[in-house]
Write a new protein. Structure first.
Length: 96
């Protein structure tokens, strides 16, 4: 879900031509116990997978990100549309 939020944020992403894919151009950095992801605030503990190579390998194997994730992060159309079940947690933007 975090990557999908970043993909919707024009300050953190850009489209990859007409492929339907989106390149993540900026990953958020935690400060204190949280980080800003687009217009949302996310607990740092909920984003620990961003630094875990095994997570990226699994996402790549499932076809949700391209397999060159070590050079750049590109979400595939399947990755953009994948339901994590967490969408309800991001129904309203933070005023933080």
């Amino acid at each position: 879900m975090l990557l999908q939020l970043l993909a919707r944020d024009p300050d953190s992403s850009s489209p990859v031509g007409d492929s339907g894919e989106v390149r993540i151009t900026r990953l958020p950095h935690a400060h204190g116990n949280h980080m800003h992801v687009g217009q949302y605030v996310v607990a740092s503990r909920d984003a620990s997978g961003l630094a875990n190579k095994s997570v990226w390998t699994a996402l790549s194997r499932k076809g949700l990100v391209r397999d060159n994730f070590e050079e750049e992060i590109i979400l595939t159309p399947d990755g953009l549309n994948f339901s994590t079940g967490l969408e309800k947690n991001f129904a309203a933007a933070s005023d933080h």
